[in-house]
Ligand binder design. Structure first.
Ligand code: ATP
Ligand code: MG
Length: 337
């Protein structure tokens, strides 16, 4: 049944054996919240994952694992549509159309491509990596999404989505909703614990600064305790001069609901060791039940697969309608059955 709620849409890549704290705080927490107010569509974007080399066996396992983690984090298949991107072929189909209205220079300005191709070495970057923001445009427009919950690194791609939707609408008639990025400022960019100048990433070069939700508690504890701080020995939120400590305070505050000024007051006169020990405890309390719930979904692959099949069916009903309308607007000859 059609819902009169606004639509939300987002996706996460199955590029690792675990989501990290940046994914959770920057994106997944917002997915969970928007289920209550929006007609929400969330997907595991396997088509995006293959823009970088993936071992097929790992990709399959990580795709299931990603869905299980999304459920463990609080996505409820009764209140949102959860699916796997490749189960809905309209993504690739609309992606092609969007490729054909994007300027080459426009695509070249995407900073995510620059960052990622630099990581993999310019000669190893694929055309798929270059055009992935355009596939993302199709992902969003297919569902006529109003709101796209993402981290700061995706802001430019949402801008591109609006530009292309507007361009298509002007050339071919009103077809697509213009979406807005839903970015929560405080958690839009969680930083690497070893290098607080860069964002925490699944594809980080060093795992030491990456807090994986499925790490063993001992590992999590160790990573937090060895987080890079500064020599001032004062617990104060100051992103410019104290990026490491500020990052720890952001994480602490978001996980516990305590405000940053309250934390600053509570830790006045105390050292970084105390803050790290307490934060490690908070993290362990958070990840222990999360890991357990994830495992429960993984232990029952039939239920998981059937839930994903239902999600794909619901998603396809919406995506197919948008694609049919797009093809019609473009002037494609309808196939007669
Ligand atoms: P990869 O390195 O493979 O690109 P990733 O860690 O960037 O992985 P994605 O699957 O690309 O994860 O992103 C999923 C969501 O998580 C996106 O909305 C993205 O903006 C958000 N996100 C990723 N890293 C962070 C971070 N450090 N802080 C806040 N949000 C983040
Ligand atoms: Mg990413």
């Amino acid at each position: 049944m059609a819902s009169d709620r606004p639509r939300a849409l987002s996706g996460i890549q199955p590029t690792s054996g675990s989501f990290h704290l940046g994914n959770y705080l920057g994106a997944i927490r917002q997915y969970v919240a928007l289920q209550e107010t929006h007609d929400a569509f969330y997907m595991v974007v396997d088509l995006h994952a293959i823009t970088m080399p993936q071992d097929p066996k790992d990709l399959r396992a990580n795709t299931r694992l990603s869905a299980a983690q999304l459920l463990a984090a609080g996505l409820d298949p009764e209140r949102c549509t959860l699916f796997i991107q490749s189960h809905v072929p309209e993504h690739a189909q609309l992606g092609w159309v969007m490729n054909c209205i994007t300027g080459f220079g426009e695509a070249s300005r995407m900073t995510q491509f620059k960052d990622k191709s630099a990581k993999s070495g310019a000669n190893n970057a694929t055309v798929g990596l270059f055009t992935y923001p355009i596939l993302q445009v199709a992902d969003i427009l297919l569902y006529q999404a109003d709101s796209v919950p993402v981290g700061e690194d995706q802001r430019q791609h949402i801008e591109l989505t609006r530009d292309l939707a507007e361009r298509f609408n002007q050339r071919f008639g009103d077809t697509f909703t213009l979406p807005a990025a839903h970015i929560v400022k405080e958690v839009a960019k969680i930083y690497d614990l070893q290098d607080p100048a860069i964002k925490m990433s699944k594809s980080a070069s060093s795992p030491k600064g990456l807090i994986n939700l499925l790490d063993e508690p001992k590992v999590t504890e160790k990573k937090i305790k060895s987080a890079v701080t500064d020599t001032e020995a004062v617990i104060r939120f100051d992103t410019e001069n104290k990026p490491g400590v500020s990052n720890l305070l952001t994480i602490y505050s978001t996980l516990t609901g305590e405000s940053i000024p309250a934390l600053e007051a509570a830790y006045e006169g105390k050292g970084y060791g105390a803050l790290k020990t307490d934060l490690a405890g908070v993290m362990v309390d958070f990840v222990t039940p999360f890991k357990q719930r994830t495992q429960e979904y993984l232990d029952d692959p039939e239920t998981l697969d059937s839930l994903l099949a239902k999600g794909a069916e619901k998603a396809r009903a919406v995506a197919a309608e948008t694609l049919a309308q797009t093809y019609d607007r473009l002037g494609f000859l309808p196939a007669k059955h």
